[in-house]
Design a protein around this ligand. Structure first.
Ligand code: F6R
Length: 600
């Protein structure tokens, strides 16, 4: 979702901002812009479309030492040049970029800005016009900024330029992520450390309702009441090569291929000195004490949560409910007496999940976050964190984070079982190792998957994924992957549910991808395949070794029955990838989507 960069120093400001924005492209956006300040005033360049389009209109001859930049994912107002950030106040003095949503912007407009001719449909413009208004009333910029922040309801990460303040960026944060990066004779601002890794790896986190006055050699963090805040910086543990595509044509393909390695890394990360799986004692205790677990997540992470429920109930024997965060927050079920909440979030910044976390913390409950992003909001605000160790996931469509979430959930379930005195009848470390090897075999099956994609999906307008038991959950993920990157309407269904309505959609040639990895439901899913085939569908069965039939399209290497999602999802990821390529879709940056969904 929207991304912010800012730079203040002596290097090539425009190029640093543009490169920073390119690094934020993965978050998803539909327009972009930069503003730089020099002795002639503030120069704004903005454009609908990609950073490459913005590069096309930027006047590279403008020399400046201070600047801010933004990628916009439209919320208020269509994607357009007018609505793109930066926004400037009516007087031209202030220029602002914003990430987040201002809930009371209509009210603020009515109360304070009826006389101002607004030029965009955005909530952001209200902020910059208010700052202008208060400064015209005689306030210093810092005071006008603070007064405005005090009036805003909602989420914001802000970077502001004042044409009259020499070499300063005014920054503020509430609920939306923002960092200040430190350099030698320069400082930067970024939504994500990745954006500015090119110039520094030293960052200071900002907390909600803080503002910062950044110059090239000072960073003054303050609370909104003006109290100074001191905070240590940290080194961003990111390797610049982790965020490059290398020889891969797309990040998604690179990230699919990284999955076996990530699984092995996770096992290592959670092994103690004697090679046994171990988690923080406090987490094991909280799990053991809970009478029910509530897994809360969105999208792909929700799908991983469904698999996690199977693991925890099977291994640790604790009842689990899995909920979509955006529903849970407004429609909370009756909670058990001793609940523990588990948030699964690759980015750790998803606003829907965070809204639930804030609510359950207010209710006094404990929470564990499973995330790929140490230091992210969901990690900081929960009581406990388990890391995914997956490395940066750049493609919008989540792949390696999904399998990493499943591996971590398996470890959480296995260790909790042990802590509760339940002996597993299999060796989880060994079985995860076998699964990682099988994942490797599947990553090498690209030609077969490309073939399946071109045979079944090259021209279809829809596609169904069916499965039973855990295969149903993986089917949901397969359908999400396919629809989000290829725009084919794809849905996942429980095999047994088809006859209760969905089968009406089956026409001649409708592709139905069926997963058969579970012995207990093998016969019944094959019955469902026959039902759709009898009505003209074009079934593509992917089964597990030992359960295969002659007509199956692809047979997966055998892994432990609980760990099949780690391998069965890979064909779905690859089929989706090749289907998107066939249809000439932008694989890494699908339309309308954002990587880090920081608005509710
Ligand atoms: C789909 C996808 C999304 C995310 C969802 C939650 O490929 O990536 O469905 O899973 O937006 O994001 P996180 O896990 O960052 O909370």
């Amino acid at each position: 979702m929207c991304g912010i960069v800012g730079y203040i120093g002596h290097q090539d400001t425009i190029e640093i901002l543009l490169k920073g924005l390119e690094k934020l492209e993965y978050r998803g956006y539909d327009s972009a812009g930069i503003a730089v300040r020099n002795q002639d005033g503030i120069h704004i360049f903005k454009e609908k479309g990609r950073i490459a389009d913005l590069r096309g209109i930027v006047d590279q001859s403008v020399e400046a030492k201070t600047g801010i930049g933004h990628t916009r994912w439209a919320t208020h107002g269509v994607p357009s040049k007018e609505n793109a950030h930066p926004h400037q106040s009516a007087s031209g003095r202030f220029t602002l970029v914003h990430n987040g949503v201002i809930e009371n912007y209509e009210q603020l407009k009515r109360e304070y800005l009826l006389d101002v001719a607004l030029v965009s449909d955005t909530d952001t413009e209200i902020i910059v016009q208010l700052i202008d208004l208060f400064s015209k009333e005689g306030m210093e910029t810092e005071e006008a900024f603070r007064k405005t922040l005090g009036m805003l309801k909602g989420s914001y990460a802000l970077a502001l330029l004042d044409s009259e303040a020499a070499e300063t960026i005014f920054v503020a944060k509430n609920k939306s992520p923002l960092l200040v990066g430190l350099g030698d004779d320069f400082n930067v601002v970024a939504s994500d450390a990745m954006a500015m890794l090119q110039v520094t790896d030293e960052y200071v986190e900002l907390m909600d309702k803080e503002m910062v006055i950044v110059t090239k050699d000072s960073v003054a963090i303050k609370k909104l009441d003006g109290t100074a805040v001191t905070r240590d910086s940290y080194k961003a543990e990111l390797d610049a090569s982790d965020i490059e595509k290398g020889t891969y044509p797309h990040y998604m393909l690179k990230e699919i291929d990284e999955q076996p390695l990530v699984t092995r890394k996770i096992v290592q990360a959670y092994q103690n000195e004697s090679g046994e799986l171990a988690i923080d004692d406090k987490i094991a205790k909280a799990m053991d004490e809970a009478d029910r677990l509530y897994i809360v997540a969105c999208g792909t992470s929700y799908h991983a949560g469904l698999v996690g429920k199977q693991y925890i109930e099977n291994m640790a024997k604790i009842p689990v409910e899995v909920h979509v965060a955006s529903e849970f927050v407004y429609n909370m079920p009756l909670l058990s007496e001793k609940p523990l909440f588990i948030f699964i979030s690759q980015s750790g910044e998803t606003a829907d999940s965070r809204a639930v976390l804030v609510k359950v913390k207010e209710m006094g409950y404990k929470a564990l976050t499973i995330t790929n992003a140490p230091g992210s909001t969901l990690s900081r605000e929960a009581d406990y964190t388990m890391l995914l160790h997956a490395g940066p996931e750049i493609a919008v469509a989540s792949t390696k984070a999904y399998t990493a979430q499943i591996s971590v959930l398996a470890i959480l379930a296995g260790v909790t079982a042990k802590a509760r005195g339940i002996e597993l009848d299999f060796d989880l470390v060994k079985e995860l190792g076998i699964a990682a090897n099988a994942m490797e075999v599947l990553c090498d099956a690209k030609e077969e998957m490309e073939q399946i994609a071109s045979e079944y999906l090259a021209t279809t307008r829809n596609c169904f994924f069916i499965g039973r038991s855990v295969d149903f959950y993986v089917g949901l993920e397969g359908a999400l992957k396919l629809k989000e990157i290829s725009y084919i309407q794809a849905e996942g269904f429980a095999g047994g549910e088809l006859k209760h309505g969905t089968i009406a959609l089956i026409e001649d040639g409708t592709p139905v991808i069926a997963l058969a990895t579970q012995e207990s439901v093998n016969l019944s899913i094959r019955g469902n395949v026959k039902e759709v085939a009898a009505r003209g569908a074009n079934p593509c069965v992917i089964s597990m070794k030992g359960l295969e039939s002659e007509s199956d399209r692809f047979v997966l290497p055998e892994v432990h029955k609980l760990l099949t999602p780690l391998v069965s999802v890979i064909p779905f990821q690859l089929i989706s990838y090749y289907a998107a390529l066939h249809r000439e879709c932008d694989v890494d940056k699908p339309r309308n989507l954002a990587k880090s969904v920081t608005v509710e």
